[in-house]
Design a protein around this ligand. Structure first.
Ligand code: NAD
Ligand code: MG
Length: 391
């Protein structure tokens, strides 16, 4: 029996996790549910999953959550604040942490789970992009295990040998990440001037939170995933390739020295990756319909359009630059995406802001988490200045 701490429980990944968990009450128990500030939804989840503890990052919502739980007759510990989430990540009562907070807000709890030697189910890719080297070091020192939940990395994890030798020793020639191309695949820059947030969030294959949906539309999601693959699998930037595959059925591939290419396929439903990571090395039912290849009939592949979607190259550029460049890239992207969603930055401006931040702030060596955090704030300030036209 595994006892889970689910961070980001009210989100898209949180919901998919709990859907799988509900199918296997004999295997999984929910210890903690944590979210940002949606007390209504968190209270409903608590009534259904009866965790030992519920946490809201926003302390101003704590009393509201207490009131809702009391009126529903649900008994559980209630806490608030980001520090409470990180403490829960390290709490020995919970052996498995689902890191599904969106953005840099997930970094502390992800690091805390890694240091505490938990089984870490990692969806929060921004924490790897921001602090990959420190996270991998914390994981090594904590002695736990990281199972990637991002579908591409989960696919690669499944296609690599179980004993996890270094890639070269395993005969790996390339990691090939698939990208759906997002809702604007096939468009040119001219078509993208007046894109609205709702258009950008209407993903053809996946239903996801708004931030990652915009990242998919700009191809920054794939850029973040290239950086994620670099850290999770120890892959040099030159052996990571991206191919556009519009059906989102091949989730990624590994090419070996002998010419073999192994892929993982499945319907585009995050419950597959989550069920795999929850039960690994076993396999369990995820509620995902079987893939009907004869009905699919065709799988298409094409190179990414990096002229229209500049964010992918910006991510490669930051990864190759090294040091804390990917921290700056992530911070600038988070600020730019938030501004786009608020209507203060055009869609094409997202890449411009990131490019300007990277040009203004040369990369520095990664020293420790405090220094990284200061650099993250500096990049956010610079991005806000750019958006305000003062760059
Ligand atoms: P979402 O917006 O649907 O949910 C985000 C969750 O994070 C919510 O529960 C919210 O309450 C919580 N949250 C936000 N800010 C917080 C804060 N300051 N403190 C504590 N909690 C906070 O997002 P999502 O689509 O579920 O994505 C979550 C993460 O998983 C992201 O990093 C995303 O890139 C990654 N991911 C998502 C998918 C997907 O299919 N949705 C696939 C791969 C990876
Ligand atoms: Mg992904």
């Amino acid at each position: 029996m595994r006892t889970l701490a689910v961070f980001g429980a009210t989100g898209s990944i949180g919901g998919s996790t709990l859907d799988v968990v509900a199918r296997h009450p004999d295997r999984f128990r929910v210890g903690v549910l944590a979210a940002h500030r949606n007390s209504e939804k968190l209270a409903q989840l608590c009534a259904r999953f009866r965790p030992q503890c519920a946490i809201l990052a926003d302390p101003t919502m704590e009393n509201d959550l207490r009131r809702r739980l009391a009126s529903a007759g649900v008994e559980c510990e209630v806490q608030s604040g980001m520090a409470a989430i990180s403490e829960a990540a390290a709490d020995a009562r919970y052996d498995t942490v689902v890191a599904a907070i969106v953005g840099a807000a997930g970094l502390d709890s992800t690091l805390a789970a890694a240091r505490a030697g938990k089984r870490l189910l990692l969806a929060n890719k921004e924490s790897v992009v921001m602090a990959g080297a420190l996270l991998m070091q914390a994981l090594h020192e904590g002695g736990g295990e990281l199972i990637p939940v991002d579908s591409e990395h989960n696919a690669i994890f499944q296609c690599l040998p179980g004993e996890r030798p270094p890639l070269a020793a395993a005969g790996v020639r390339k990691l090939i990440l698939t990208a759906s191309g997002g809702p604007f695949r096939g468009r040119t820059r001219r078509d993208l001037h007046d894109i609205t947030p709702d258009q950008a969030c209407a993903h053809p294959n996946w239903s996801m939170g708004r931030k990652i949906s915009v990242d998919s539309a700009t191809l920054m999601n794939k850029g973040l995933e290239v950086i994620e693959a670099h850290h999770l699998f120890g892959a040099a930037p030159d052996i990571i390739d991206v191919v556009v595959h519009r059906q989102s059925l091949v989730h990624s591939l590994v090419e070996y020295a002998d010419g073999s290419v192994l892929a993982q396929l499945g319907n585009p439903d995050m419950r597959t990756a989550l069920a795999h990571a929850l039960a690994w090395p076993e396999r369990i039912e995820a509620g995902v319909p079987p893939l009907d290849l004869a009905a699919v009939a065709q799988l298409d592949f094409e190179p990414p359009d990096t002229t229209t979607f500049r964010c992918l190259d910006l991510a490669f550029q930051a990864l190759r630059e090294g040091g804390d460049a990917t921290t700056l890239l992530n911070a600038a992207n988070e600020v730019a995406v938030a501004a786009f969603l608020e209507g203060t930055l055009p869609f094409l401006g997202i890449a411009d802001v990131i490019e300007q931040v990277l040009a203004e702030l040369p990369a520095e060596a990664v020293v420790d988490i405090q220094t990284l955090r200061a650099r993250d704030l500096k990049a956010r300030d610079t991005a806000r200045r750019c958006i305000g036209g003062r760059c």
